[in-house]
Design a protein around this ligand. Sequence first.
Ligand SMILES: NC(=O)c1ccc[n+]([C@@H]2O[C@H](COP(=O)([O-])OP(=O)(O)OC[C@H]3O[C@@H](n4cnc5c(N)ncnc54)[C@H](O)[C@@H]3O)[C@@H](O)[C@H]2O)c1
Length: 301
Amino acid sequence: MATLDYSDRIIVVTGAGRGIGRAHALLLAARGAAVVVGDLGANIDGSGVDGDDPATQVVGEITAAGGKAVACTADVSTEDGARALVEAAISTFGGLTGVVNNAGIVRTAPFSEVPDEEYQRHLDVHYFGALRVCRAAWPHLLQAESPRIVNTISQAMLGNPGMAHYGGSKGAVFGLTRNLALEGMARGIAVNAIAPGAGTRMAEAAADTLSPEVMEYMRTALLPEHVAPVVAYLLHPSCTVTGEVFNVAGGIVNRLALVNTVGIHDPELTVESVAERFDQIMAITPDAVPQVVAPAQLPVS
Ligand SMILES: NC(=O)c1ccc[n+]([C@@H]2O[C@H](COP(=O)([O-])OP(=O)(O)OC[C@H]3O[C@@H](n4cnc5c(N)ncnc54)[C@H](O)[C@@H]3O)[C@@H](O)[C@H]2O)c1
């Protein structure tokens, strides 16, 4: 297959100073894309900044290798920060063709011990961060050739110990992804998400919920560089899929599909008929259908 080219792509990657986002930025820039490397330098739990400037360090790596990048230390969770990231692309590179919402935070704790403010903080970075960057980017993406958005969710959305606040906020990003995919469909904006796994600072912060064997496996076999090729493909004009989620870790890539089972149809439904036919409701038979995003009669924004 011919090498996929990114030389006409201008992409904002949030949380690109470390971990998985850094790998996205390095790969995209190495393929010729102009990249806005967004990173606030946040503490892992989002409670403040740690004084590093990882965005500038990554831009240094990219430019030393002959690539095009600019740093932006804006906070994705604020309206002004989201606008600043998009503005960095417009003012430095003259446009915007894609966004990777990757910035993230985590702290693990049992459900009953997490205060409201921590739920809010996870929603602010993951859900409102992705929402605000998408909203700031949308008018520019509408003018771009083959515009693309990739959001970052997590298997924790489906249930992980001590992650009700984190997983819930990622579930919100999943809902946002599907709905923006629908709205973007008529205008050619493809919107997908990945659920990555990699032995980053974030994985270390969740070590108390994982076995030592899993942690060692993550550190040695699940590298951020294994995640970036999938994100780069989802950003390429030749990839037209939308509203989908992919699990990506250590070279494994699979589709996370929502399936409607065939179930039952009984207008005389009773509690007992539900109980009697529960196995049929649950059964994932060969004719169960994945629920995909489909064109709809919608006002286009
Ligand atoms: N590592 C994993 O196994 C894993 C699993 C599931 C999901 N994820 C998701 O992947 C993404 C990347 O995670 P990672 O493991 O590379 O983490 P990481 O901590 O190494 O990197 C995340 C980066 O996001 C930045 N950031 C945080 N809040 C920000 C804000 N408000 N504004 C701008 N930048 C901000 C941080 O400064 C940091 O550099 C996150 O969304 C995370 O939830 C990771």
